[in-house]
Design a protein around this ligand. Structure first.
Ligand SMILES: [Zn+2]
Ligand SMILES: [Zn+2]
Length: 262
């Protein structure tokens, strides 16, 4: 692995509001800004976490928010929740709907309710023409079936923390989605995933922490934070086999284009 880079980056998927005590948002942001953080997208996972994301975006100029219901929370889906998400989607600095998607790794919430919550959030995304932040786990077949048969926003969105194979990558790219890579690509046992990176055009790649989860090597096991992005970015540079400044500049531009970050 190459040394951590000094390139500018955007954390395209973070949960600053889920960091444990001792990780004040201002200090956490500053630590990352020292290493090149330009902006951060704070992702909602339920109504309360979505409100917290909007609050963080109000407080910090370089933080942007998404509002959505995580597939693991899909049992909370209701008409009232849809109305409230729809309302929150109009808030200032909301740049996407999600995270939504399908996660069939666990038996609950049921597939039916996850599909309903996903369809509802696609409707909201189309209505506001905001991209989707998609969480996908053990569910690519159903996910691609839904996405193929739904109207999508003009910038369809991103598969966050992408861990699929080459076939899933191609299908997501064909639908116009970006693929965002997390610290998982630095893990020793992620060789197959690292090989997928080489087949993804660099103008479709994003980078994220998904903090506080998934700290990259050499921080594995610790609380993840945006200051660890350079370690993930190094692996992306290595796998694309292109100059580091070109890769990082392109990833930065991709993220700004997708979320319309100035
Ligand atoms: Zn997720
Ligand atoms: Zn997440």
């Amino acid at each position: 692995m190459t040394n951590a880079t000094a390139f500018s980056f955007i954390d395209s998927h973070a949960h600053l509001n889920l960091l444990p005590e001792g990780y004040e948002s201002d200090k956490t942001l500053l630590r990352a800004m020292d290493l090149g953080l330009e902006a951060l997208v704070n992702v909602g996972t339920d109504i309360e976490r979505s409100r917290e994301s909007i609050e963080l975006a109000r407080k910090f100029g370089n933080v942007f928010a998404t509002v959505g219901l995580h597939p693991g929370e899909a049992h909370h889906w209701s008409d009232e929740l849809e109305t409230e998400l729809d309302r929150l989607a109009s808030s200032e600095k909301v740049v996407a709907i999600g995270e939504t998607g399908l996660d069939f790794a666990w038996p609950e919430p049921s597939r039916e309710i996850q599909l309903e919550a996903l369809s509802g959030q696609i409707r909201i995304a189309v209505k506001h023409d905001l991209p989707l932040v998609i969480h996908a786990r053990d569910a690519f077949t159903d996910l691609f079936r839904i996405l193929k048969n739904s109207p999508l926003p003009s910038r369809p969105g991103v598969f966050h923390c992408f861990t699929g194979d080459l076939d899933a990558a191609k299908k997501a790219l064909d639908l116009g989605f970006y693929l965002s890579f997390s610290g998982i690509i630095t893990f020793k046992n992620a060789g197959e995933l690292r090989d997928v990176i080489a087949s993804v055009p660099i103008d479709r790649i994003l980078v994220e922490t998904d903090c506080p989860y998934l700290a990259p090597v050499p921080h594995r096991g610790k609380t993840n934070e945006p200051a660890f992005i350079p370690d993930t970015l190094s692996v992306l540079v290595e796998k694309t086999a292109l100059p580091g400044d070109l890769v990082s500049r392109t990833i930065l531009k991709n993220t700004k284009d997708l979320f319309k970050i100035p």
